[in-house]
Design a protein around this ligand. Structure first.
Ligand SMILES: Cc1cc2nc3c(=O)[nH]c(=O)nc-3n(C[C@H](O)[C@H](O)[C@H](O)COP(=O)(O)OP(=O)(O)OC[C@H]3O[C@@H](n4cnc5c(N)ncnc54)[C@H](O)[C@@H]3O)c2cc1C
Length: 596
């Protein structure tokens, strides 16, 4: 079913030429030994695993889906998923970016990130099982007690056990302050947790022997709202003191959802009936602890849409070269055939280039942020760590929302390249569109991400984080502004930077008068800032490509053409978005609810 070849050259371009990661790693004591050979070897082995093991299960997993047995309350994943997971664990893939202390390989997040792209291109539904485990691992690393770390981290690091995040309840998804699950303290320091969670990804399955649920619930004395939520570790099987599987815990799957996409991933209703758990972090500070998981997951969701954008592009490209239909407007390009391949038509190229540009922009963006995470976690200088952390905080909602919105656009355009065949399941393209749609919804809807960006990350700190990032952009513009060969990239970048500053101030002023102005502007605002980020990265990549365009390697020609397409065809929507963001709240709020 279709094809997937991991874009190793593109990944190497981003890691080695755009980000110079090995130089960066020299600054991070933990990663000083990591050279280009190690990186390339991981990429090549990762490509083999994802292309040969996971990709062949993508379409069949979608057709078959997961099966729930109400009698045993167990879930069976599609044929081949379990065996592929065994290979993944045995190959040490789960442990790539985990700490050696817990059995991990201690490789950088920025390298793991490229592997995540491959996982998601080859099979998003499957990749969610280990993806969630990694979030649980990170949350326990930061907030777990020594005992929790000792018992759970080695199993999560190797992938022997998987993880979940249990936040959502039927009456609350965005507004977690309303959640009702309860935790009763016990004399031995543990808690008995009761409640019902819905939509829990990978909540029950047959791929690992144990599942580590991270559950939000309320203590008896909890204040109302989001300040009264605590986080608990609730395993499916309670481990014995030496880490072996013990008693079955009172957390069971009640049903799985039928849904639009990611059929191979079980979306579970989880019932907790006096399930035994232990507290993670401080009482009532559960949301703060869970944010570690949620932030990791938000980056992960961006990676899901990057993966889908890439694989949809690759398949649409192959189809566009093969499918013949009509003649080119400027005369036959394949006179030996009854018609020209559709790739000759300008609008087919627009669709392909849209997906290509969104894949390349997202790859640069996510790799950049992953490198900032490596710096945040490992740089010896505290000031550098703080600066990196601020950037990661600022850019995370943009990764989640901008990349997933673009993933929806890109997979839809790639499907359109197939004409009617794109709509037919056999070709596999409609699956990418269906799978991509959830990425805009879960982990906080894209609207919620835009409110987080504009409200919390920008206006609440008086624009300090954005200004810091803007200074980097300004520095690049000043450094390259006089270079005529770069002006087609640098000029629009500089202009957009100024427009974003003005727009931010304008919305900030209006928000003083009326807080609804933030909600009215947030979605187009995030998209404008997303384009500012992409303009910055495309301009830098174009600079590298220009310097190497005479090298004889046509790869750089393609890079330049994609950057030119980006500035000519995708960037211009910022003009419309700025008008929308400036149009204010009144056009949205004037209509009386009765009149809708
Ligand atoms: C397939 C799937 C897998 C999932 N996996 C998990 C999982 O593993 N763990 C987990 O805990 N949850 C999971 N979820 C739940 C998911 O995170 C929530 O569905 C999501 O956060 C939205 O919550 P909701 O569905 O309750 O929508 P609601 O919160 O009811 O939102 C409805 C609409 O109102 C909008 N809205 C809400 N508040 C505002 C506001 N202040 N301003 C503007 N608009 C607003 C939202 O953007 C949305 O468009 C999953 C969901 C699905 C479908």
């Amino acid at each position: 079913m279709g094809q997937y070849v991991a874009p190793i050259r593109d990944m190497q371009f981003v890691l080695h030429e755009f980000l110079n990661v090995t130089d960066e790693f020299k600054q991070l004591p933990k990663y000083q030994e990591i050279d280009a050979d190690i990186i390339n070897q991981v990429l090549e082995e990762g490509a083999k695993f994802t292309q040969e093991v996971l990709f062949p299960l993508n379409h069949s997993g979608d057709r078959e889906g997961c099966h729930f047995d109400p009698a045993t309350k167990t879930v069976t994943t599609p044929k081949g998923f379990k065996e592929a997971y065994k290979q993944y664990v045995e190959g040490g893939w789960a442990a790539l970016a985990c700490e050696p202390e817990y059995g991990g390989q201690g490789l950088p997040v920025s390298l793991n990130n490229s592997f995540y792209e491959m996982l998601n291109s080859s099979n998003q539904a499957w990749s969610m099982y280990p993806g969630l485990s990694h979030g649980a691992y990170e949350c326990l690393m930061e907030h777990g007690t020594e005992e929790q770390k000792r018992l759970y981290l080695p199993k999560l690091a190797t992938g022997e056990w998987t993880g979940t995040m249990c936040l959502t309840e039927a009456h609350c998804g965005t507004d977690l302050g309303m959640l009702r699950s309860k935790a009763e303290p016990q004399a031995d320091g543990s808690y008995l947790i009761s409640g019902s969670k819905i939509f829990i990804s990978a909540g029950e399955h047959d791929m690992s022997e144990n599942i580590v649920h991270l559950v939000l619930a309320r203590l008896p004395d909890a204040p109302e709202g989001s300040k009264g939520i605590s986080l608990f570790l609730v395993p499916k099987f309670l481990p014995t003191a030496d880490g072996a599987l013990g008693e079955r815990n009172g957390i069971f799957c009640g049903a799985i959802e039928e849904k639009m996409g990611i059929h191979g991933n079980s979306t579970c209703q989880m019932n907790l009936d006096g399930a035994r758990g232990t507290l993670i972090g401080q009482p009532h500070k559960g949301l703060q602890a869970m944010f570690v998981f949620m932030n990791a997951a938000r980056l992960g969701v961006g990676m899901q849409s990057l993966g889908l954008t890439e694989v949809a592009y690759q398949n649409a490209l192959a189809y566009a070269k093969d499918r013949i239909q009509m003649r080119s407007l400027s005369g036959p390009k394949a006179p030996d055939k009854p018609a020209d391949p559709i790739i000759v038509h300008p609008d087919v190229r627009r669709m392909l280039l849209t997906a290509k540009a969104y894949a390349e922009g997202a790859r640069a963006f996510t790799s950049y942020v992953a490198l900032q995470i490596d710096r945040e976690l490992n740089h010896p200088d505290e000031a550098v760590r703080k600066e990196a952390a601020d950037e990661v905080a600022l850019l995370t909602p943009i990764i989640k929302a901008f990349i997933t919105d673009n993933g929806w656009i890109a997979t839809s355009e790639a499907m359109q390249v197939y004409g009617g065949h794109g709509y037919i399941a056999e070709w596999g393209m409609e699956q990418y569109v269906r799978d991509a749609r959830i990425n805009m919804i879960y982990e906080g809807t894209n609207t919620v991400q835009s409110l987080d960006l504009l409200g919390r990350k920008i206006l609440m700190d008086n624009g300090a984080k954005l200004r810091k990032f803007g200074e980097k952009i300004k520095g690049f513009v000043e450094e390259n502004g006089l270079d005529e060969s770069l002006s087609e990239f640098v000029t629009p970048l500089g202009e957009l930077g100024e427009k974003v500053s003005k727009l931010t101030m304008e919305i900030g002023m209006k928000a003083f008068q009326n807080p609804d102005e933030v909600g009215a502007a947030a979605v187009p605002y995030l998209r404008v800032v997303g384009h500012l980020v992409y303009s910055y990265f495309f301009a830098q990549m174009a600079k590298i490509a220009l310097a190497k365009q005479d090298s004889g390697d046509r790869f750089y020609e393609a890079k330049l053409a994609t950057a030119r397409f980006y500035f000519a065809r995708l960037y211009p929507e910022t003009a419309m978005l700025i008008r929308q963001a400036r149009s204010g709240a009144s056009n949205l709020l004037a209509l009386d609810v009765e009149l809708f």
